[in-house]
Design a protein around this ligand. Structure first.
Ligand code: HEM
Length: 507
């Protein structure tokens, strides 16, 4: 046939495939030459996932381990920073605390965005503080910061202690079975109740076993691996994602959270109810005709922020308490010391867990800081370069659009920052030793102007949870907990494979 080059269809087809593969290979090679062309050290990538190979292929290395591997690569070569590739996109990986400080604080204007992929049109709840960038993020952050002042937190304290009553009841109930407890599930019920109440103004009844809030909360954190692959694909091909209206969240989940906010707002308006919670602060910032610029809030912006407080607030705190109890089960002396502190402080406050008594529990806070060092829920976080950036002290120019990775867990396990890093030692954070902690070496809550907005709330609810449990029960490790701990590669937030199971008894 006239359009055959070789006279054989098969030979032509093979020729076309070979030519396409050659073009693809050349284009990968060109992309992977990015850091070399800049004369900047980099980790050798492989086709097609670059340095993400371990995370995406079936051997599935957890992000926790991957972050440490990348960090150790740089550390062994005494590098302050080097290049990686996520698929074909260049990524700037930073180890040096001074360079990290520049990105997070000094040169923040170059690194305002986090670089998360989201599609507001198809996923309206995704336009929240964690994902937004630029001036919209700035306006919103300014609006939301007063939500977390000491005064506001004090007002919400009663909600937290009300929820702790259900935690205590559920623990007593479980004790009757004389079975080990999946402590993260238990604490996830507690934090869902707390944040559900503060962010959505609703009683979630998570301990009842048939709470929709708990069900949808769990759904958001399950199958996370598939969701991450989808997010990465959307980030790699944003136009295609927009064209097909690709969304990360299932419609059912979106509808559930939007309706929860809508119903609560309608109820408050109709009944002239005003409560002291996150949602009320968001409602008070609502405008009849907002431009959707983060200055005054549209209904959808309110729903998205309530949603992000929920997802960013419940799992992280439950994880922190879980690993704190895990370590205290292995280190009974630490557990006893915290319990003594709780008793002494509560004795001074008529046995009451209140804002002031929680603030006085200093050693417990050291335990939480050390837990967050070893088991930071976020193992890594990012910033996106929004204008070309010359790295101070070098010739390197990071181009607009490049992602920078801040390797939290690598830094937390670096012997130069935390000697004997595998040892659980809350005294690193005592008044006598705190001066040894270098600035920007403890990054569990991030850093700079985009650091965690809910840090104090997270610490507060975790301390209430721990005080409630430790004043009444003694914990030991159950045989059901798989040791040595391995992190679950299918989870984005630091999670132990097989969960943490504890045995406990009343004191
Ligand atoms: C132990 C508990 C928590 C941990 C370990 C934690 C950790 C983090 C981390 C690492 C970041 C990224 C910071 C950065 O990029 O510099 C972050 C951001 C954020 N967190 Fe938390 N968080 C916790 C609790 C909470 C709570 C209770 C809330 C809300 C009620 C919350 C809401 C947020 C929001 C909205 C952001 C985005 C801030 C922005 O981009 O302006 N977090 N958190």
């Amino acid at each position: 046939m006239a359009f055959l080059v070789s006279g054989s269809f098969l030979v032509d087809a093979v020729g076309v495939v070979v030519a396409l593969l050659a073009i693809l290979y050349t284009s990968f090679k060109w992309s992977f030459g990015y850091w070399k062309r800049k004369n900047f050290p980099y980790m050798e990538p492989s086709i097609p996932f670059g340095n993400l190979e371990n995370a995406l292929l079936p051997k599935k290395v957890p992000l926790f381990e991957n972050t440490q591997n990348w960090y150790n690569y740089g550390k062994e070569r005494k590098l302050k920073h080097f290049g990686l590739f996520f698929a074909t996109s260049p990524v700037y990986f930073v180890l040096d605390l001074g360079l990290i400080k520049n990105i997070l604080v000094t040169d923040f204007e170059y690194w305002v965005d986090r670089g998360n992929m989201y599609n507001e049109k198809s996923d309206p709840l995704s336009a929240h503080l964690v994902n937004l960038g630029g001036s919209r993020w700035k306006n919103l952050r300014k609006k939301l910061t007063p939500t977390f002042t000491s005064g506001k937190l004090k007002l919400m304290f009663k909600t937290i202690t009300d929820c702790s009553v259900f935690l205590e009841k559920a623990m007593d109930e479980k004790l009757k079975d004389k079975q080990s407890v999946d402590i993260k599930n238990m604490l996830g019920n507690f934090t869902t109740d707390v944040i559900g109440s503060c962010a959505f103004g609703l009683e979630c009844n998570s301990f009842s076993g048939d709470s929709d809030f708990r069900r949808f909360g769990k759904k958001i954190f399950s199958n996370i691996k598939l969701r991450m692959i989808k997010i990465n694909l959307m980030a790699a091909f944003p136009r295609i994602a927009n064209f097909f209206n690709m969304k990360i969240m299932e419609q059912e989940t979106t509808d559930f959270f939007i309706n929860a906010v809508k119903d609560t707002m309608r109820y408050r308006k109709e009944n002239n109810v005003s409560r002291k919670d996150f949602l009320q602060i968001l409602i008070d910032n609502q405008a009849e005709n907002s431009a959707g610029d983060g200055n005054s809030l549209t209904f959808m912006e309110i729903a998205a922020q309530a949603f992000v407080f929920f997802i960013a607030g419940y799992e992280t705190s439950a994880t922190t308490m879980t690993f704190a109890l895990f370590e205290m089960s292995l280190n009974q002396d630490v557990q006893e010391r915290v319990r003594q502190e709780v008793k002494e402080v509560l004795d001074r406050h008529n046995g009451e867990i209140n804002y002031d008594s929680i603030m006085e529990m200093k050693y417990m806070e050291q335990v939480m800081k050390e837990t967050l060092r070893m088991f930071s829920p976020a193992t890594v976080f990012s910033r996106k370069c929004v204008q070309d950036y010359k790295v101070p002290g070098s010739d390197l120019v990071i181009e607009k659009g490049t992602l920078a990775l801040i390797p939290v867990i690598g830094i937390h396990y670096d012997e130069d920052h935390f000697p004997n890093p595998a040892k659980f030692d809350p005294d690193r954070f005592s008044d006598e030793n705190i001066h040894n902690i270098k600035p920007f070496s403890h990054l569990a809550f991030g850093g700079g102007r985009r650091e965690c907005i809910g840090e104090r709330f997270g610490i507060m609810q975790s301390k209430v949870g721990l005080a409630t449990l430790l004043k009444k029960y003694k914990f030991t490790l159950s045989k059901k907990t798989q040791l040595p701990l391995k992190m679950d590669p299918s989870q984005f937030i630091t999670t132990a494979v097989g969960d943490i199971w504890l045995d406990y008894e009343k004191i």
